[in-house]
Design a protein around this ligand. Sequence first.
Ligand SMILES: *Cc1c(COP(=O)(O)O)cnc(C)c1O
Length: 224
Amino acid sequence: MSVQEQYQEIQEELKAASEKGGWTTQPDVIAVTKYVTIDRAKEAYQAGVRHFGENRVEGFLEKKEALPDDVTMHFIGPLQSRKVKEVINEVTYYHALDRLKIAKEIDKRVDHTVKCFVQVNVSGESSKHGLEIEEVKEFIEALADYEHIEVIGLMTMAPYTDDEAYIKQLFEQLRKQRDEIQSLNLSHAPCTELSMGMSNDYQIAAEAGASYVRIGTKLVGKEE
Ligand SMILES: *Cc1c(COP(=O)(O)O)cnc(C)c1O
């Protein structure tokens, strides 16, 4: 299938899943292009995709340079402190904030306000990045010190499993945590958004109320 056909199918599935969950809007699709060429990313643009995600500095800068100016670029992976300055001025959304050290470095280097998602390891799997759910509130409160960081929401990666009920429960836990932070009315942390759902679980995420799904393999494929 072409990227265009995949995109259409995904949009329809997201619409149905969002309605099933009782939501009046559906998530925006971020095309994760880390596995594919610039040409494939441009194909996604032609199909109507305007949000693009990359998890490494080099790939991010290369795709940003090649794509038209009206795309929104999302940095979706962990950033190393020494790499922050190479990329941060090109980043509109950062999806993987989980350390104060990185927040401090971003704040020092950046020329605009970065819309950040705090990454949460809801399942508690040791292999994943992100904070434990119990640590989220204190971490977000501490981010008030960094004027260029705006916490717009929470992000998670579910484990790779076909246990849909389990994944759904993880996404709902993240949503409840989002609601709790939002209700604190912190001026640096409106925390209205949820970044969750990938190729394997975007329909579950949409049903659970995702605002952004990050889709690579299923949308643009995976080149070896
Ligand atoms: C690679 C990646 C994705 C997309 O993964 P697919 O399974 O190919 O859809 C989404 N989010 C993050 C953080 C990633 O690193």
